[in-house]
Design a protein around this ligand. Structure first.
Ligand code: NDP
Ligand code: 8X3
Length: 253
């Protein structure tokens, strides 16, 4: 019985790995930065005595994801929880001057990557669920998937897509017993803003004068949803830092 987490090399995905490990779950962790996954897995194996499999995987590559799924059926057949977390924002520009490479990076990762991974793993999870195992998909969306903010355009569109795909999964998996939850966090201080803005100072400034969510705050909500009894499905959870009242309203001190 294991938990699959995409994007476990940093931020929310890494915090989810830590929390599930602390709860005795075996892990299958993927991301592009294999060195980070290895370091994390060594620590979690030693601390919690669990099994951890790590794979270097770029979820944007359909070929890579399909090869990964086909080549690792024995490990992947143990999955009971799928956390679709890998994602990013690239840039923050008006749509009329936006960088098309940035758009493609976000769409390829946040939407197509989530689809490739889900398409590969869901048939295995359906089989497990039919054997009576409690299976659960948790998609990490965003408040940007509920409300649009200036210059958020394409990132918001990808997270609206995650919301739609979460609903779509839930209805398509109707009757299988697999639960589907979307977690939609507001501002969380991870490597997200560094990746988006490409500059450490600008990234730090995003959180000036306010207390953002931590990766651990978000990971706790993921674990809480998964730990509900089998007959309870938290469909969506929107989590803001207290000082962020809406997607573009932050009370800074
Ligand atoms: P981080 O940048 O800290 O983590 C992102 C993770 O995604 C990394 O592990 C990264 O691994 C992985 N990743 C990115 N691209 C790929 C890829 N092509 N293939 C595989 N893995 C990939 O940011 P967060 O932890 O904040 O982000 C996690 C999720 O949370 C994202 O979906 C993000 O949109 C969402 N989110 C974040 C919020 C925030 O304010 N931080 C708020 C709302 C939602 P690697 O680079 O090693 O591949
Ligand atoms: C990340 C949160 O508000 O920067 O999804 O879009 S926000």
């Amino acid at each position: 019985m294991s938990v699959f987490i995409s994007g476990a090399s940093s931020g929310i995905g890494e915090a989810c790995a830590r929390n599930f490990a602390a709860n005795g779950k075996d892990l299958v962790l993927v991301a592009r930065r294999k060195d980070r996954l290895e370091k994390l897995s060594t620590e979690l194996r030693e601390r919690h005595g669990i099994h951890v499999h790590t794979f270097e995987l770029d979820v944007r590559s359909r070929k890579a994801v399909e090869g990964f799924i086909a080549g690792n059926q024995a490990v992947l057949n143990t999955i009971e929880v799928l956390v679709n977390n890998a994602g990013l924002a690239a840039g923050l520009s008006p749509i009329q001057t936006g960088n098309i490479d940035d758009w493609e990076r976000m769409i390829d990762t946040n939407v197509k990557g989530l689809l490739y991974v889900s398409r590969g793993l869901l048939p295995l999870m359906i089989k497990r669920a039919a054997e009576g195992v409690s299976c659960h998909v948790v998609n990490i969306g965003s408040v940007a998937g509920y409300w649009v903010y200036p210059n958020g355009n394409v990132y918001c569109a990808t997270k609206f897509a995650v919301k739609a795909l979460s609903e779509g999964m839930r209805v398509d998996l109707h009757g299988t017993g697999i639960r589907v939850t979307e977690i939609a966090p507001g501002m969380a201080e991870t490597e997200f803003s560094l990746v988006r803005l490409g500059d450490a100072e600008k990234a730090k400034a995003v959180y000036t004068g306010m207390t953002p969510l931590s990766a651990q705050d978000v990971a706790e909500t993921v674990l809480w949803c998964v730990q509900r009894p089998k007959h309870v499905n938290i469909q969506e959870l929107v989590v803001f830092p207290t000082q962020q009242s809406s997607v573009s309203l932050v009370a800074r001190q």
